[in-house]
Ligand binder design. Structure first.
Ligand code: 13P
Length: 252
């Protein structure tokens, strides 16, 4: 059995005060044998995470990264900088970056490569829009998004990144994919990983994201290929985030 992983994606929310109070709330409520968890916060709060979370059971990470290692790229942040602040995870290819910043499958793959090169773990996001689902294109869309990563990084990378299936229509909408709908896509992603690297594919944690809450998390994570969650809104309240971590069961 793969260990579960619950990751909070804070998106562009928070403040220094908010970060301190949310993290202390999570730390206080976290059981000693809780499933693995992490928070991906805005860049300015990474130092605060390092101060507050070092030595705790909560890992931390960023929500984006440059595909470049260093240089004249104004406004960008490279993976080595994130490593310096103790990040373990970096989200790449979130649908909000694909939609609002025009990130292509190829750019997302390069970003995942940059994260791996810095010794960190990319959380690669894939997912279809409502129009694509209604047009019967879900399998082709998420398949192409994952393919770009496999093509660039090769089979040795399989088992070194986390994958997250986030149907765009389920993000922030209150509409969650049913466990069966999500499992169908997760199984397809697993099959695609297996075709590239059969052994590595069994190790890949495939998270589900999109209106996951304490009330629906248990049923989603009970599916054989759903290995955790990438949580937006519910990660901004300690009680909800802790409820999802509890639904993931004990650490294995
Ligand atoms: P919500 O949980 O708010 O739907 O967001 C999901 C998400 O986009 C996590 O990356």
């Amino acid at each position: 059995m793969r260990p579960k992983l619950v990751v909070g994606n804070w998106k562009m929310n928070g403040s220094r005060e908010f970060t301190a109070s949310l993290l202390s709330g999570i730390l206080e409520g976290l059981d000693g044998n809780a499933a693995a968890c992490a928070v991906c916060v805005p860049f300015p709060y990474l130092y605060q995470c390092e101060q507050l979370l070092a030595g705790s059971a909560i890992a931390w990470g960023a929500q984006d990264v440059s595909c470049q290692p260093s240089g004249a790229y104004t406004g960008e942040v490279c993976a080595a900088m994130l490593a310096e602040f103790g990040c373990r995870y970096v989200i790449v290819g979130h649908s909000e970056r694909r939609a609002y910043h025009g990130e292509s499958n190829e750019l997302v793959a390069r970003k995942a490569g940059a994260v791996l090169a810095a010794g960190l773990t990319p959380i690669v996001c894939v997912g279809e829009t409502l129009a694509q689902r209604e047009a019967g294109e879900t399998a082709a869309v998420v398949g192409a998004q994952l393919d770009a990563v496999l093509e660039l990084l090769g089979k040795d990378a399989v088992g070194r990144f986390v994958l997250s299936y986030e149907p765009v229509w389920a993000i922030g909408s209150g509409k969650t994919a049913t466990p069966a709908m999500a499992q169908e896509v997760h199984a397809q992603l697993r099959a695609q990983l297996r075709a590239c690297n059969a052994e590595g594919a069994e190790k890949v944690q495939i998270l589900y994201g999109g209106s996951m809450k304490p009330e629906n998390a248990g049923d989603l994570m009970a599916q054989p290929d759903i290995d955790g969650g990438l949580i937006g809104g519910a990660a901004l309240k300690a009680a909800d985030f802790l409820g999802i971590i509890r639904a993931a069961g004990p650490r294995i």
